[in-house]
Design a protein around this ligand. Structure first.
Ligand SMILES: [Zn+2]
Length: 231
């Protein structure tokens, strides 16, 4: 599988800038670079639209992806708004592209789950990079750089690895690949199943993971079985 990563903005275009000076172009590049390394270690072939702080045109970005013959195009951005209370994550796909929509739904869930951000939902937009890419393409708005709490989150050291890990999990799920993640981001083998059950609505408690070593009672098993067979 070939993945094309497009860190938004760069060079003369910093994108949105937070109140403490955090630049969208820098966050996108650092997140994209982490994602590239992680996906490569999982066996994906990866290209990026830019690996440094340079200008790349929108056409240039999609041309690189099309030439590479990517299976998936992921553009990484951070949101910005005049009202600093705006917060959360959203993922865009091109209107009418069902595969891109499926990818956007899976990615958004993993991003919100991994970063603890609230979901603003999947959205459709006629963005140039989504329109001109020949493969399923999505544009991720990781969080709001103009929101003080989310800007702070983006300036913390472990943010880029966390965001990249969430996106890599989403990409693996979309591709149907059970990837072997490197030790530092590797989770308990059963965590994937827990996440999946929470996402499908069978389990409500996100704190269940902390009780993971508990022995289940027959009552718990029956309740879960009823939920699953009842749908
Ligand atoms: Zn942007």
């Amino acid at each position: 599988m070939k993945i094309f990563i497009d860190p938004g903005h760069g060079g003369s275009d910093p994108g949105a800038v937070g109140m403490n000076g955090t630049r969208e172009s820098d966050v996108a590049l650092k997140t994209g670079t982490e994602l590239k390394n992680l996906l490569k270690s999982c066996g994906f072939a990866v290209r990026m639209s830019r690996e440094t702080d340079i200008d790349v045109s929108l056409t240039g970005r999609t041309e690189l992806a099309n030439k590479f013959g990517a299976d998936i195009f992921v553009s990484i951005h951070c949101n910005g708004f005049t009202n600093p209370t705006a917060c959360g994550s959203e993922v865009y796909s091109f209107p009418g592209n069902a595969e891109a929509k499926r990818l956007s739904e899976i990615l958004l869930w993993h991003i919100c789950n991994g970063l603890g951000t609230n979901s603003r939902g999947v959205k459709k937009e006629n963005f140039a990079v989504l329109r001109m890419s020949k493969m399923p393409a999505v544009l991720v708005e990781t969080a709001f750089i103009t929101n003080p709490d989310e800007e702070k989150m983006m300036s913390e050291a472990d943010f880029f690895k966390k965001a990249a890990c969430a996106m890599a999990k989403g990409i693996c799920e979309y591709c149907g690949i059970n990837a072997d993640f490197p030790a530092e981001v590797k989770e308990h083998w059963a965590k994937t199943y827990l996440d999946s059950l929470i996402r499908k609505g069978y389990i409500e408690s996100p704190n269940l993971w902390e009780r993971f070593e508990e022995t289940p009672t027959i009552a718990m098993i029956l309740a879960l079985a009823d939920k699953i067979t009842g749908q």
